[in-house]
Structures are given as C-alpha cells and as structure tokens.
Ligand binder design. Structure first.
Ligand code: NAP
Length: 454
C-alpha cells in the first residue's frame, strides 16, 4: 500500500526531521522569515497565519496606494507562498480563534510578525472629537483595510492638519492633495477616492514639532510634493537652516542636505498658483484640538525653539483654522494574550528577537515602527538565522504536528480558514472588477471576500 502524503506537517518519511513552523502575520517581516526558513531548514513546513483573508500586511494596506512600485515587492512574496512547504492560513485571529498556548503546543517554532497597527495617542484635549484620526486608521481606510471600512472620515472643511514629520505624514498629505487623475493607477478604494475628490480642502498643514534637520522624511518622498497638479507646497524660508551644523550625524547628513534643498524650493513657490496649498510648518507642537458643536474647528499650536535638537516651548500659541486633524506620530503593537508586552515601548517583550524558547518575533512588533521594507528584511533575516541556529542546537522532535492539530481545533470552532488558492480567487475577483487603469478594486469587508469562496 502507498501512503498518501497530505501536507499536514507530519513527517511523511518518519525520520523525525520535520520542523513545524508557524509565522503569525503575513506582512513583509513574516514573508521574509517564512521564505528563509522554508529554504534553509531541512524538513521545514512553514504555515503563515493572518487574521485577514488577504496576505501581505502593510504592503497591501499600509504602503501608499499610489506607490505601486513599492507594492511590487509582493511578486517576491508570492514566490514564497508557492513553495511546496509554505502554507497560507488566512482569516485566523491568534488570541481569539486559537490561543498562543495552543500554537506553542502544536508548533516547534512560532514567529510573531504582527507589526504595529495601533495609532499612538496624541495625548491632547480634543483628540476624541469627530474629525480627528490616527494615520494608521486613515491610511487603512483609503487602502481598503476591513478594520476601517466604516471610518467615514470627515473631510468636509477647507483646512486639514497633519501632525508629524515622517514619511507617513507625507503619504497622507500627498494622497489628500492629488487629483483623481493623478490617482488613476493607484489601488485606493473607490469610496476613498470619491470622498477625497469631493472635499473642499484648500489648505493642508504638515506640522513638525522640531525643525527640518530633525524631520524623518526621506528625500524622494519630500520631493514628490513638488509635482502635484492642483496643489502648491509652501515652506517658510526663515525656518530652513542655511547649512548642516557641525557634529551632525554623518549618516543622516546626505538626506538632510537634500531635504533642505527641496524645502528651499518650496519656500520660493508662489502661493497663488494652485487651488490647494500644502504648508510645511516646523517647530510647532499641537496642544489642543478646538471644537464647535462637537466637531473640530481648529488646532492650537505652541511655537517651539530648538535646543540641541530638542523642542522647547516658547509659550507663544497660534490657532489654525482646520476641520480635520490627522496625527501621523507613530504606532504601537497590539498585545496578544499570553505574550509578554512592553507597555512603554508598545512592542512584544523580546531579547534580540526571542520571546521565549521556541518563540520569536521580528519587524515592527519586535523593535517599534521604524524602517522601510529593506530594513525589515534585514531584521527578519537576522531573526531567521537565530531560529536556524536554535533548531540546529535543538532539533524538532517530530512530536508536534503543526497544521494537522491546529486545523482540527479550528474546525471544531467553525473557523473558515482561507488558503493561498482561496486568496488567489479573491485577488482575481478584485482585478476583474476594476475599471480603467487601477490595478484592482479591493474588497474591504471580510464577508464579501468569504462570499467569493463558497
Ligand atoms: P516616523 O518617521 O517615526 O515619524 C513620526 C513623526 O511623528 C516624527 O516627526 C515625530 O517627531 C512625530 N511625533 C511623535 N510624537 C509626536 C507628538 N506627540 N507630537 C508631535 N509630533 C510627534 O514614523 P512614520 O512617519 O509613522 O513612519 C514609520 C516608518 O515607516 C518610518 O521608518 C518611515 O520611513 C516608514 N515609511 C516609509 C515610507 C516610504 O518609504 N515611502 C512611507 C511610509 C512610512 P520627533 O522626531 O520630534 O519625535
């Protein structure tokens, strides 16, 4: 009789060298680790879990929809999912559908790569008002993430303030400033595109609490604001240093130099030339969001001076006439029941990527929300190497059956798991229903996606 190999994760040849590995979260860090372990660990079966029916995490729902070049990284991740020993298990929430303990019981290795999806709190009066949004929620909304499908952001005033001087703040400013035509190859949802197109916005303010030298913009993203059709970008020449000071971090100097040059260009722009103005304001901290009838009607800023690169309040305030406030000031991770959590840093508690024996973490939930995709790749590779070394020292015993045991549990809980083939159906349906040059029209409700699979 010939045994049928079911791909259940148990060792079909009985030589006890199968390592069942669960990756939790299918964003860039999870995909990089999965690919590495699938290639390098003898007998590895790698199962990538995600709470959504769709893979790729922030690449799908965080990277700006008009940055399709960046999103092309999924081609590389798709190759990882197509390996015989890699399995996508979508629509499974760890901590709800299956516990952390159950995963540890079923897998030799668990790697948690769930990112940092919660917006940091501004911590100022008025932050709970209608018309105030975190960048994570706002970007998830225009990117069609099911969590924010009902955000319905209020963009019906002439002024919008964006707080923060990082690339996320630039992404949001650009998306709000672009015309519909400039978004025609973007995978923004139709609803978000219409809401933004019908906004009467005339003034967008990008606000940094420190100066141009301390901003964390990369120059490519800052320069992109130069070529917008309906929007002129403005900066105040008095706020732009004439040169890089002595002792400035040499690693950061090139970007800072390029940013100063770009900002000087913006300072020379003529404000009258276009119907929308994007004002880049430095050295101003938000202290209060002002309200009329429960809705945002202004933002109070306190002007700062810089002392050794630190913002120090001057006590002088100014009110901006805005009806929407978006804070782009960073994120924290979501705790998972049973996994130690560092409340202060908003990350999973770990030592160089290890949470406890057999459990690892990488990416933004390991070290905080910093770094572009290549930086997360490097981090994931380092953690992957550590996992390989630990498995070499303590090989899997063959006792843990990975997906076989886990899928049996999920079946008893009526969890409809989504396979990679299922995801390909969703993917194709998104591509098929799109119009014009858009790469896809995303489904942004889980029920809609699951309905395609019945
Ligand atoms: P970020 O680069 O850390 O920027 C956060 C900004 O928020 C900083 O300017 C920070 O100012 C400010 N901030 C923090 N707390 C504040 C407060 N209470 N009040 C006022 N301002 C406050 O983070 P990010 O923009 O969220 O980006 C996260 C990572 O993703 C970055 O590595 C970024 O490069 C990357 N990313 C890349 C791209 C791209 O390449 N196109 C796009 C999006 C994101 P201080 O410096 O004074 O703390």
């Amino acid at each position: 009789m010939t045994d049928r190999i079911t791909g259940s994760g148990t060792d079909p040849f009985g030589d006890n060298d199968v390592a069942n590995i669960a990756i939790i979260g299918s964003g860039p860090s999870g995909c990089y680790i999965a690919d590495m372990l699938a290639k390098k660990v003898p007998g590895a079966q790698v199962d990538i879990y995600d709470r959504l029916p769709t893979p790729f995490g922030l690449v799908r729902a965080g990277v700006a929809p008009d940055h399709q070049g960046t999103k092309n990284i999924v081609r590389q991740f798709e190759r990882a999912f197509q390996r015989d020993n890699v399995r996508f298990v979508g629509n499974v929430q760890i901590g709800t559908d299956i516990s952390y303990q159950e995963l540890k019981d079923n897998y030799d290795i668990v790697a948690i790569t769930t990112g940092a999806s919660q917006d940091r709190n501004l911590g100022i009066p008025g932050q709970e008002l209608t018309g105030v949004y975190g960048s994570g929620a706002f970007a998830a909304w225009y990117n069609g993430h099911p969590d924010q499908v009902d955000l319905n952001p209020q963009l019906n005033g002439k002024g919008i303030a964006i707080i923060g001087n990082g690339n996320v703040a630039l992404d949001i400013a650009r998306i709000l400033a672009k015309t519909t035509e400039e978004m025609d190859t973007a995978d923004i949802t139709a609803e978000a595109l219409n809401t933004i197109a019908s906004s009467p916005v005339e003034d967008i303010y990008l606000i940094g609490r420190r100066g141009p030298l301390e901003a964390s913009f990369t120059n490519m993203e800052l320069s992109e604001l130069a070529g917008l059709k309906r929007c002129v970008t403005l900066a105040n020449a008095d706020q732009i240093p004439t040169e890089i000071p002595e002792g400035f971090d040499p690693m950061a100097a090139r970007t800072a130099e390029a940013n100063l040059e770009t900002l000087r260009g913006y300072a020379g722009n003529d404000q009258q030339d276009k119907p929308v103005r994007l004002h880049i304001l430095f050295c101003a901290s938000p202290t209060e969001i002002l309200a009329t009838d429960g809705s945002v009607s202004g933002l109070r800023l306190e002007k700062n001076t810089l002392v050794d690169g630190r913002a120090v309040s001057s006590g002088e305030t100014v009110d901006l006439d805005v009806q929407t406030v978006i804070s782009a000031i960073g994120y924290h991770s979501t705790p998972i029941e049973g996994v130690p959590f560092d409340e202060e840093r908003g990350i999973l508690r770990n030592e160089d990527g290890m949470i406890e024996t057999g459990v690892y973490t990488a990416g933004w939930c390991k070290r905080g929300p910093q770094g572009v995709i290549p930086a997360n790749r490097a981090d994931a590779m380092a953690v992957g190497k550590r996992i390989i070394a630990d498995l070499d020292a303590n090989p899997a015993t063959g006792e843990k059956t990975g997906f076989a045991a886990t899928s049996a549990l999920l079946d008893t809980r009526n969890v409809r798991t989504v396979s990679y083939e299922d995801w390909q159906k969703i993917n194709q349906a998104e591509i098929d229903r799109t119009e014009g040059d858009k790469p896809r029209e995303k489904f942004n409700r889980v029920e809609e996606m699951l309905a395609l699979l019945d």
